[in-house]
Ligand binder design. Sequence first.
Ligand SMILES: Cc1ncc(COP(=O)(O)O)c(C=O)c1O
Length: 462
Amino acid sequence: MDDRELLELEKEYCSFGDTVHYSDPPKIFRRSEGQYLYDSQGTPYFDLQMWYSASSFGYKNENLNNALKKQLDTLPQLACQYLHEEKVLLAAKIGKLAKDRFGEKGRVHFNVGGAQAVDDAIKLIRNHVGKNLVFAFMGGYHGRTLGASAITSSYRYRRRYGHFGDRGLFIPYPYCYRCYYGKNLDDCGMYCIKQFEKLFETEYYGVWDAKAKKSEFFAFFIEAVQGTGGYVIPPKNYFKELKKVCDKYNILIVDDEIQMAWFRTGKMFAIENFGISPDVMVFGKALTNGLNPLSGIWAREELITPEKFPPGSTHSTFSSNTLGTAVALANLEAMEKEDLETKVNEKGEYMLGLLREMAKKYPQIGDVDGLGLTLRIEICKEDGFTPDRELCDEIFEEGLQGNLNYKGKKYGLILDVGGYYKNVFTLAPIFDITKDEMEMSVDLFEQTLINALKKQGALVSG
Ligand SMILES: Cc1ncc(COP(=O)(O)O)c(C=O)c1O
């Protein structure tokens, strides 16, 4: 079926409630390989965001495809009520990885999507403390189930669904480029942490009963590096200071690693960059390289003992599916064979250097930052600070036109827009990207920027 016919049919029968219609008309792709998506004309689109970081190891990855095919030929389906080897081996592997890093024994519980695992984490800690209110960050994103929406800061995701009695209390994230309190990192003295701790100063600030020494809020859901919020990287010592306050008032830390785990930030888990250990960790996306959905939580033993979280506490038909667990296991085994920490950090540094060089030429690039291969470009007005969402959208659409040119060949560019003001390109390139490809991708990005600026009349054509 050609693109026009497909779009007609889509318009008639597909719900518009997902994110496909963020682009008009929606873009259709037919094939994928490595870091490229191919449209109906066979034009390659360089993917700089790799499915929101779900496919760090490349599309159509041969090793993982083979693991999937092997599982298809042995045990492709099994009710999650029974055990299969890959589930147990995978849980043990993740448990050991967490123990090596966080110094605590724990257990793993699988699910399918990220938001479902977030819901499981909420259930687990509600079960532990018998309370249902949590802190979360402004700019945080935890998914779109009802539970995850309640702790995701954006009201847009809740507005049409009535009252959320267990809505999170949203605390400013250390987005220092646009500090909520208007402070400067150089001399703020972690003002944001002081403001957070101030909540516990008197019962009249609404979270703490000083007589009983008990908080109404029992956990803090964090992203070590904010994903959808715009790849915001906090100061190195921020989370250590936050954890001191949380420990003082018995607030558990739930670390949402769904977008940032599995070396995206140059460490196995993003939180390792910031020197604290979580009580619960949530993961998904790149665990299977996006091949067959699988997500899960890891929790400290105390929270998830069989007595505390007994059989049937939570469940989904597809939770620890055989295909997903087999792919995840093969993926983790492949990760162990490489020094990904060095590789991702070296590549990230090179790419960040290229982006910073390019940014010097354009006042409209207000901020460029990165950690590992988690990179951000913040698009602004000519003053270099006022967010410019329109220009950002224009650049995004330019990439999707598939009319860029590199060394005489036609390309498109896949970008993703995030950020509090929807003016940030969140870049998550493939881990195998070469220096030449990084140079090419930055060149393609610059082309989209120039074309968009020309359209806005900010640059004279020619
Ligand atoms: C940090 C974070 N948490 C949760 C989710 C939700 O995951 P899913 O879309 O698989 O439900 C996402 C998805 O982007 C995410 O980035």
